[in-house]
Design a binder for this molecule. Structure first.
Ligand code: MN3
Length: 212
């Protein structure tokens, strides 16, 4: 995936996450907010032929090597595209439970239990001041941890494998639950596709964004 970037279609309808995440929020989030990130990323790269064949991951890993004039737009809008592609892919109607496998073993090893991991992810999401993201990530050895990023920053510069990411920008929940971020996080936990999370986790040994 490289310039010109496109809005990745959702593999489900806007109302598919009801009653946990409402259709209007999903529609505006995807068709307006993410579309704007896509458009602004393309606008930044329009006049930069040297970078038009770079993947999104390569752009985000090498932010400090880009021309000064496009560092901020690539960081913000490119990060916005990358983060939301993960976020929407990790949801499925009604959620899908974590089954026995390497991710379950790692969660029990690194957090003590699945519930403790969720509690720490929720606490991280609640503690993001302003807008940002909370993540479940894996290092190159498969060790799991909770990670936070402000604005549309990603886990890519830290070279970590994303397993789950949680959007805590107000645009992800304000229409339905207003200011109640904790309620939104609880709702989001009901639609996580843990089969996809397992597939994300499976990539930890191959993750090296310096080669992206
Ligand atoms: Mn968002």
């Amino acid at each position: 995936m490289h310039y010109p970037f496109k809005l990745q279609p959702l593999p489900y309808a806007y109302d598919a996450m009801e009653p946990f995440i409402d259709a209007k929020t999903m529609e505006i989030h995807h068709s307006k907010h993410v579309q704007t990130y896509v458009d602004n990323l393309n606008k930044a790269l329009e006049t930069q032929p040297d970078y038009q064949n770079w993947s999104l991951e390569r752009l985000l890993y090498n932010l400090d090597k880009l021309p000064q004039s496009i560092q901020a737009p690539v960081r913000n809008s490119g990060g916005g595209v990358y983060n939301h592609n993960l976020y929407f892919a990790i949801m499925t109607p009604g959620g899908k439970a974590l089954t026995d496998g390497t991710l379950k073993v790692a969660i029990d090893r690194d957090f003590g239990s699945f519930d403790e991991m969720l509690a720490q992810l929720k606490a991280a999401g609640l503690s993001v001041f302003g807008s940002g993201w909370a993540w479940l990530v894996a290092d190159s050895q498969g060790k799991l941890s909770i990670f936070k990023s402000p604005n549309q920053d990603t886990q890519i510069p830290a070279n970590l494998t994303p397993v789950i990411n949680l959007d805590v920008w107000e645009h992800a929940y304000y229409l339905k639950v207003q200011n109640r971020r904790a309620e939104y996080i609880d709702n989001f936990f009901n639609v996580i596709d843990w089969a996809t999370a397992q597939r994300n986790y499976d990539k930890f040994a191959q993750t090296d964004f310096s080669k992206a």
